[in-house]
Design a protein. Sequence first.
Length: 360
Amino acid sequence: MPQWRKNGIVDRDAFRKAGENGFLMVWPDEKYGGLGDSDFRFEQIIIEETCRADCHEFFATVHSRLVGPYFEHFGSDEQKERFLPPCVSGKKILAIAMTEPGAGSDLAGMKTTLRQDGDHYILNGSKTYISNGINADLIIVAAKTDPENDPYAMALCVVESDMQGFARGQNLEKMGLKAQDTAELFFNDIQIPKDNILGDPRKGFFYMMQGLAEERLIGATQMSAAARKAFEVTREYVMERRAFGKAVADQQNTQFKMAEMEAEIDMLQVFVDHCVALHNQGKLTAVKAAKAKLQAAEIEWRMVDLGVQLHGGAGYMHEYPICRMFLDARISRILAGTSEIMKLIIGREVFSEQYKSFFE
Ligand SMILES: Cc1cc2nc3c(=O)[nH]c(=O)nc-3n(C[C@H](O)[C@H](O)[C@H](O)COP(=O)(O)OP(=O)(O)OC[C@H]3O[C@@H](n4cnc5c(N)ncnc54)[C@H](O)[C@@H]3O)c2cc1C
């Protein structure tokens, strides 16, 4: 991991090795190389253990569970046969490109277009902040197909990195997540065969919305694991560090603050597990997923902030893991929908006819 941080990118070999050992895309059918079991708990364990091993910048889950399922849910049999096996094995790396310089939270504001031209389509536009953007071989790109009449008519098309007209920008320099490659992508008159369109070329927006609950659950799982890791790192430090003749852990302030966080993180874990169980039953709603993601991001943030504070000056030094955790955690309240957007989703239901209390 330290070398990947220096390089600003995860080694492609890590995907291949994860694939060889069965840790990438566990859910596809056995005929495509997977286990054929989409129980989200497999993914949850991989996410939690990756975080525990201090490898959370290895965005294998973006590949495995955030992008890969688009092939399963919206792809034809031919597309599944073509795209799934090399992704399960880690030979090909996946990314998803929705965000543009002028459109993030408000995806309907995107400018990238996909226009039909005889027996194929032509893709034009650009995307930014794309995770795995430098490593990716296959990128699912969202583009408008009827921009004049319907801002929500969008297609999801598969761009292959060797297609003419495809270019990557630089690996963007970020505040944290230093080992994760995040890039701008450019599409200049790319010819997209019809066979590379997933599902109905007008329904991409609807498809993306369908995937968002799971994306937020993935975020919540990762963030609650990161909060727990920051808690453990801080706990160890304050038990060892001495001030005024006793361990920092012996100060009542430290005990109260850590007790508050322990209670918050435990409750978060229970809610995340509840959402995982609902998801496995096909019952996870957008609102529940938004609640989990909102709380996970905010609790992680409170924990890393406390962690830095309890480390004192050491918390400000890169050589201490809590410093990196603090910098990496800042994205959690923005990525996969900002905390404000999560509140918007929850707030809409609170004041709607569909409102039900937790116990109903
Ligand atoms: C490290 C990193 C990795 C990323 N990876 C990917 C990726 O792989 N693929 C991809 O497509 N995108 C990716 N993104 C983009 C990410 O999803 C967006 O940055 C995010 O959705 C926010 O969009 P934005 O940056 O345009 O912010 P904006 O939408 O411009 O928001 C700016 C501020 O306005 C607030 N705001 C916006 N609308 C409202 C509203 N209606 N009510 C209240 N407040 C509002 C927001 O909450 C935020 O505080 C990544 C971003 C980062 C930084």
